[in-house]
Write a protein that binds this ligand. Structure first.
Ligand SMILES: NC(=O)c1ccc[n+]([C@@H]2O[C@H](COP(=O)([O-])OP(=O)(O)OC[C@H]3O[C@@H](n4cnc5c(N)ncnc54)[C@H](O)[C@@H]3O)[C@@H](O)[C@H]2O)c1
Length: 327
């Protein structure tokens, strides 16, 4: 990979720290900005330059981009709790939409040539079967709406400001780095693998499943879970793609296989036989099912996953949770 000055927003978070872990050995100059609202000092790679900054401060963003001669941005910083977004739309509007707009506007007249944007499969809404990138977005919750607006802003300004973009629509991200040095710390996002991992350390684990009357094979939601280190690797490939091909792209990032929440809980039940399962009401903002059509993605990046065994994804997540609780 070419030597670049890379800015990673949200680099002290779960996915951001895994991207930094994979990029740090290259010759790139890596600058992380994060306000540490759901990010952690423990996840910040010591070999990267860290600046505590908020997306709401456009002036500071501009200064950082110009001073460090940033040419590529991976923009992850956002709030992502689907239910909270329904209750507090203003908070999500300011952070996810205005924050993204500030970052883009701060790039004006700079050396930024490439922006990678963390979008989400939730922008598709409810889908029967797999979904490809050509499907018209139909965001159903407010979090999804903020991601859809983020995509629109990235596209809208690309000509005017003069950058190419890669919009990456992540499916459900899970697991922890094989190094076991980093993993997910933040608990507030209400994510299945994190919740199970927390329970895995308890003597009498209790798993809550939200909604069992969805129109799916077993009534629970269906998702496409991708290992965080595979997702991080996709970002490395994308930086390369943007430099070599000099064109913009939108890609689904999943494995193309849907597992129900019940499927995942059943895997866990084999690991922890005494686990109790409680069925709760549906959560606001959750969609019934979504999994990726990965054809475009495989063809474009010529990429193959390394960590796509679902049981191993769960085990890596539990292993990290154990480490987190011992030191
Ligand atoms: N985790 C998933 O399954 C998933 C799925 C689809 C999309 N995404 C997207 O991926 C991105 C990263 O998610 P994550 O799972 O690593 O979550 P995370 O909470 O661990 O990371 C987000 C990071 O952004 C920082 N941040 C938030 N608002 C900020 C602001 N205004 N200024 C500066 N920093 C700010 C947080 O402190 C945190 O470190 C998000 O954009 C999210 O919407 C995640």
């Amino acid at each position: 990979m070419k030597n670049t000055n890379l800015l990673i927003t949200g680099g002290a978070g779960y996915i951001g720290s895994h991207i930094v872990e994979q990029l740090i050995n290259s010759k790139n100059n890596i600058i992380i900005i994060d306000n540490l609202v759901t990010g952690y000092k423990r996840l910040i790679n010591k070999r990267a330059k860290f600046i505590k900054a908020d997306l709401k401060n456009k002036k500071k963003l501009k200064k950082i981009i110009f001073k460090n001669k940033i040419d590529t941005i991976i923009h992850l910083a956002a709030y992502l709790n689907v239910s909270e977004a329904e209750r507090n739309k203003k908070k999500y509007y300011k952070n996810n939409i205005i924050g993204t707009k500030n970052l883009i506007e701060a790039c004006k007249d700079s050396e930024v040539k490439n922006i990678i944007f963390s979008s989400s499969c939730s922008i598709y809404g409810n889908i029967i079967g797999s979904v490809s990138e050509v499907k018209k977005p139909n965001p159903m919750g407010y979090y999804a709406f903020t991601k859809y607006k983020g995509e629109s802003l990235i596209k809208k300004y690309s000509r005017e400001i003069g950058y190419n973009y890669a919009i990456l629509r992540y499916f459900n991200v899970a697991g922890a780095s094989p190094s076991n040095k980093i993993g997910q710390i933040e608990k507030s996002h209400g994510q299945l693998f994190k919740n199970i991992s927390i329970q895995a350390l308890k003597k009498n684990p209790v798993i809550r499943i939200y909604g069992k009357n969805y129109n799916t094979k077993d009534g629970t939601c269906i998702r496409d879970f991708i290992h965080v280190s595979d997702l991080a690797d996709i970002h490395v490939k994308c930086v390369d793609f943007l430099f070599k091909k000099k064109k913009s792209i939108t890609l689904n990032c999943g494995y193309g296989k849907g597992y129900s929440v019940q499927d995942i809980v059943n895997i866990f039940k084999k690991i922890k036989k005494n686990c109790k399962v409680l069925y709760e009401k549906r959560r606001p903002g959750d969609i019934a099912q979504v999994y990726a059509n990965t054809k475009k993605f495989e063809k474009t990046l010529k990429w193959k996953p390394k960590y796509n065994n679902i049981k191993n994804i769960l085990l890596s997540s539990i292993k990290w949770e154990k480490k987190l609780n011992t030191n």
